[in-house]
Each structure stands twice: as structure tokens, then as C-alpha cells.
Design a protein around this ligand. Structure first.
Ligand SMILES: CC(C)(COP(=O)(O)OP(=O)(O)OC[C@H]1O[C@@H](n2cnc3c(N)ncnc32)[C@H](O)[C@@H]1OP(=O)(O)O)[C@@H](O)C(=O)NCCC(=O)NCCS
Length: 179
């Protein structure tokens, strides 16, 4: 996990993203999650496009603590998955998390991702070896889930504007836009 050491480093990081094209191999593309009503920035969603796997995407998501526990991450991730599978035609979406991170594993399971692996002490984080849990969902599994199960957001909410997810998408209460 990237942990900036200063605000200046964050500015440099964001400026470096300005000219980045979505779906560029071997890059992380960063989207802001904002509240639809007032545009307040509440979190971000990272999309990693691996060099060797053009049909797969790794996702990561963070919410500001004040906005956690209200379903916003679920909405944003569901919107992102729709965009990745429908608009970008991806085959598999994957996430890698610390298995001790219960809010994250609960989120990934809530949006239909399956735990595929548990790698013991495979990453060096904050001065210790940590385990890594791999979660994933295939495009056909996501489609089946759309057809067969009730989505975690109520049916009367707005649907995602498929054509504009990177700029203005998300669900009824949140929007994802480029940082
Ligand atoms: C991972 C993270 C984004 C999850 O945030 P979260 O607030 O737990 O997730 P959501 O916004 O989807 O909210 C879910 C909670 O809201 C509740 N909720 C309320 N309305 C809801 C709705 N309409 N839909 C879904 N959940 C809803 C759920 O019951 C759940 O509550 P619970 O935690 O008591 O079970 C957050 O913990 C975080 O930013 N962590 C730090 C960064 C990190 O570790 N990222 C992992 C990388 S993948």
C-alpha cells in the first residue's frame, strides 16, 4: 500500500496522473469518489491495469473514515465493476487485501467477489511480513449476479450511467470521476 510521506508527494502523484489514459497497461488509474449531491470528495478508487493481462483489472478502494459504514464503498465498487465489465469488456476483476482487514474483506464479499487464495507472509508492510488475500469475480459471474440476485443497493436507486462512469458515474449517492 502506498503511504505518502508529505502533502507535496500527494500533489506530485496527482499531477502525474493528469495525462494518464485509462486502461494503459502497467499503470494505476485513480478515480475520486464524490457525493453526488454536493461533490464532496469522500474517497478514491484505484484501478490497476496489469501489463501482461489486458483483460484483467485489480481494484482498490478507500473511504474517508467519516463516510464509512454507510454503503458508499459498496455503491462505488458496484459502479466500477459495471464500468469495467460492460464498458471496458474486462474478463476478471481482482483485489488483494490484508485478510485481517475485515471491512475490506466484507466489502469485497458484499459485491460478490470470491476469496481465491491466501498467501502467507507474502508482502512486507510497515516493518513486518503480512498475509495477502486474493479476491476475484469473473464477468460471467457478475452478469449472473445481476440477473439472479438482488443487488446490494435498493432497486429504486438510479442505475449507473454506463457511458460516463469514469467522469461522472457511480451510483445514486456517489460519483466516480478522474482525480
Ligand atoms: C474498505 C473500506 C472502503 C470499506 O468501507 P465501509 O464503510 O465498510 O464500506 P461501505 O461504504 O460499503 O459500508 C458498508 C457498511 O455500511 C452499511 N450500509 C448502510 N447502507 C448500505 C447500503 N446501501 N449498501 C451497503 N451497505 C450499507 C453496511 O451494513 C456496512 O455496515 P457494517 O460495516 O456495520 O457491516 C474502508 O474500510 C476503508 O477505506 N479502509 C481503508 C482502506 C482499505 O483498507 N482499503 C482496502 C483496499 S481493497
Amino acid at each position: 500500500m502506498w503511504e505518502p510521506s508529505s502533502e507535496a508527494e500527494v500533489h506530485t502523484f496527482i499531477e502525474g496522473l493528469q495525462d494518464l489514459e485509462l486502461d494503459t497497461p502497467d499503470t494505476w488509474y485513480q478515480l475520486a469518489i464524490t457525493l453526488r449531491d454536493n461533490g464532496i470528495l469522500i474517497g478514491d478508487c484505484g484501478l490497476h491495469f496489469p501489463r501482461e493481462e489486458p483483460h484483467q483489472v485489480e481494484v482498490g478502494i478507500t473511504l474517508a473514515p467519516a463516510h464509512q459504514g454507510q454503503g458508499y464503498a459498496t455503491e462505488a465498487l458496484e459502479g466500477m465493476m459495471e464500468f469495467l465489465f460492460v464498458n471496458l469488456g474486462k474478463h476478471r476483476v481482482v483485489a488483494s487485501v490484508d485478510p485481517r482487514n475485515e471491512p475490506s474483506t466484507a466489502l469485497l464479499e458484499r459485491v460478490g467477489m470470491r476469496k481465491e487464495g491466501h498467501l502467507r507472509e507474502s508482502v512486507w508492510v510497515k516493518g513486518e511480513w503480512a498475509d495477502d488475500a486474493i479476491y476475484a469475480i469473473l464477468e460471467r459471474e457478475w452478469r449472473l449476479r445481476q440477473l439472479s440476485s438482488a443487488p446490494s443497493r435498493p432497486a429504486n436507486r438510479e442505475s449507473v450511467n454506463r457511458a460516463s462512469v469514469p467522469k461522472s458515474g457511480g451510483s445514486a449517492r456517489t460519483k466516480c470521476r478522474t482525480i
